[in-house]
Design a protein around this ligand. Structure first.
Ligand SMILES: Cc1cc2nc3c(=O)[nH]c(=O)nc-3n(C[C@H](O)[C@H](O)[C@H](O)COP(=O)(O)OP(=O)(O)OC[C@H]3O[C@@H](n4cnc5c(N)ncnc54)[C@H](O)[C@@H]3O)c2cc1C
Length: 334
């Protein structure tokens, strides 16, 4: 086992990497762990909101992201009967008042690279299986290529997204939270150029929605998400894949996808819906992003909250270290 790190961060998504960047900038000894080697994909709609763009700009990445992303100023909302209204993104700041669509395969790798340039270390693939408390540190246990590994840290940030297994095992969650079931796929070669991102309530079971998020003038991320709770058994779809297939067969989607072909598989992933009801700390631990349930339950956006909470957790840890106070009372202030 190595020396004691100042902070070990479990999960190198936007939340974990943002925290690693801000902690490393302040000279802390930071180790970031992820169960996947990067670049890795994350099933998502790939939409960056102005809130997300603001943090990414502060981290010095916005200009690079603009080179690889596709920006739009408008969102079109479609009612269950197909009526639509177009809403512009409110203009608050010139550098971030729009939506930027960037595949997570690219985005998450850029944020991780930023954290590494700032001084963080990264080890993968390391699947963390437990975090226990020792006298003067936390011990992070995991597996690396079928071998048990252990790390010691003064503080741990848990940023593992919607993978709740570790949280349940550690008792950080008492039961599985309510989840939205989602599925998405990429399409290329669309004939129609979309002037706005689309959020659609037609052709999907409610509560739920479908989306068409352009990634260029001829490609898009298309997906669906729905909530089982509140549906009668008769109308309850079996899987997110079934809902995706039905959605993409509706006349409006067939029109949008004219000439297009699917690239890569349809991928499913859950989305947590327990915003502000989930634990955010435990002894020597802060939770960040979706691991803390920080996803907007109406829009499903979570990259922005992950980045913001990653920064907040870093600031809080820096404050706790300088006050030499890692008490539960001080952790609860986060
Ligand atoms: C289909 C879908 C569409 C979405 N669309 C959008 C959107 O368009 N815009 C938006 O803002 N949000 C969207 N979201 C939400 C968004 O994807 C998440 O909220 C966001 O990724 C959370 O970031 P995070 O850093 O907290 O976690 P993640 O991005 O999930 O990263 C967690 C990391 O932890 C690693 N990890 C997990 N468990 C372990 C372990 N035990 N040991 C080591 N590493 C581990 C994972 O490999 C992963 O790299 C969508 C979600 C879904 C499911």
């Amino acid at each position: 086992m190595k020396d004691i790190y100042d902070v070990v961060i479990v999960g190198a998504g936007p939340g974990g990497s943002a925290a690693a960047h801000y902690l490393s900038l302040r000279g802390l000894n930071v180790l970031l762990l992820d169960k996947f080697t990067f670049p890795r994909d994350k099933t998502c709609g790939d939409a960056l909101t102005p809130r997300a763009l603001r943090v990414l700009d502060e981290m010095g990445m916005l200009d690079d992201l603009l080179k690889v992303g596709y920006s739009l100023n408008d969102v079109a909302f479609f009612s269950p009967k197909g009526y639509s209204v177009v809403a512009p993104v409110p203009k608050k700041e010139s550098r971030s008042s729009y939506l930027l669509f960037t595949p997570r395969l690219i985005l998450d790798n850029i944020i991780l690279e930023r954290a590494l340039v700032s001084g963080a270390q990264f080890q993968s693939p390391v699947r963390v299986t437990d975090i226990v408390q020792d006298e003067d540190c936390a011990i992070i246990r995991g597996e690396h290529q079928n071998r048990a590994v252990e790390y010691k840290a003064r503080m741990v940030i848990v940023a593992i997204g919607a993978n709740i297994k570790l949280l349940l095992r550690m008792g950080l969650l008492k039961k599985a939270p309510q989840m939205m079931l989602c599925a998405r796929a990429y399409f290329e070669g669309m004939a129609e150029v979309l002037e706005a991102a689309q959020c659609r309530f037609d052709g999907v079971p409610l509560p739920g929605y479908g989306w068409v998020f352009p990634l260029s003038n001829s490609s898009a991320n298309v997906g669906v998400g729905f909530l089982r709770a509140g549906m009668t058994a008769r109308w309850m779809p079996k899987t997110a894949r079934t809902v995706f297939d039905t959605f993409t067969q509706t006349p409006p989607l067939q029109k949008i996808l004219t000439g297009a072909h699917q690239v890569g598989p349809i991928k499913g992933y859950p989305l947590r819906l327990d915003f502000a009801r989930s634990p955010t700390f435990a002894e020597r631990i802060l939770l960040v992003g979706e691991a803390a349930g920080l996803v907007n339950p109406v829009t499903g956006e979570g990259i922005d909250y992950a980045l913001e909470s990653g920064k907040m957790a870093a600031d809080h840890i820096i404050g706790m270290f300088s006050a030499n106070d890692l008490s539960i009372k001080n952790l609860a202030v986060y």
